[in-house]
Write a protein that binds this ligand. Sequence first.
Ligand code: GDP
Ligand code: MG
Length: 348
Amino acid sequence: MKIGLVGFPGSGKTTVFNALTGLDADTGYGGAKPGTKNLGVVRVPDPRVDALAGLYSPKKTTYAEITFCDIAGGTGSRELDRSVLNSMREMDAICQVLCAFDSPTATEPADPGRELSDLQIETVLADLEIVERLAHRLRKDRSDPQLLKLLERILEHLENEQPVRSLGLDANERKAVSGYQFLSLKPLLLVLNVAEDAVAEEPAPELVAAAAAAGSGLVPLSAQVEMDIAQMPAADRSEFYEELGLGEPASHRFVRAAFGLLRLATMLTAGPDECRAWPVRMGSTAPVAAGKIHSDIERGFIRAEVTRWDDLVELGSEAKCREAGKLRVEGRDYVVQDGDVCHFRFNV
Ligand SMILES: Nc1nc2c(ncn2[C@@H]2O[C@H](COP(=O)(O)OP(=O)(O)O)[C@@H](O)[C@H]2O)c(=O)[nH]1
Ligand SMILES: [Mg+2]
């Protein structure tokens, strides 16, 4: 899964990137050329995988991963470079960093609400351009009246300056337009980058409301503090988190919010070879989830043997779970639940 960090210059994208990845990309004003990208991969911490690994002592333990892409935004203060919009299309989700700290070099006070609406307008206009062109073509050649009807609904919403995300498309409608990579339909997570001394404060109610209206989640954090701690030796970090009353690294809070926003559930597999977390879309049936592991398993799917991860850890083995009636045999219609440990039977 790939999440793009975007925002206006100086909002703190690269600082957030460093905080999330523990890397050391260059921060500061005016440095990065538009379209420059930093890439970093973060392991999703998961105590369920740890517990299963404790049980099986597997040769390999694999966590889910998120790739972060810090996309530099351009030089004007309220404009994004075209290359940024193009890079955003390649992402599974967008994280906009909103500046809420008063920076010594800024000429105006921080206005995160305005940054949110400015970027929203840019993505809405970019989508509008595509939808107008498509709708025009479909009106002319009359090849797909059903798609045209859907596009006209989207067009009207965009003309009202609303993101496609808030239109409430159903699963089939989303599928019908998924190839167009609408920017304003991509899941959006907002990071509110606050001053060091404001971490404990609740975000302003107007901003919370604006985030909700945009169909997005809001995670407040102080990027500078989090970056400084993330770059310390691991052994020193927890002391600082406690001292600052932060409890846990921002990356943990961020990753949880991102999973919820992307509507991902974690399927687990466990055994002496490997214990592993697999992110699957919520609502995935057993064969579809199995296809994440290998397309052969999806194709030859016979059944899934499912235990809950905590039952398995408590009872100690699949055999014990079977005896205790805690191992279920599920067919191809079964919808995989977050925290299911699945063992698939399949024909090759
Ligand atoms: N005081 C303070 N400064 C920050 C914070 N986050 C970023 N900065 C500073 O703001 C400047 C711009 O940050 P940077 O991450 O390079 O922004 P980008 O242009 O969005 O990548 C840098 O000098 C950072 O050190 C923060 O939470 N508090
Ligand atoms: Mg930067």
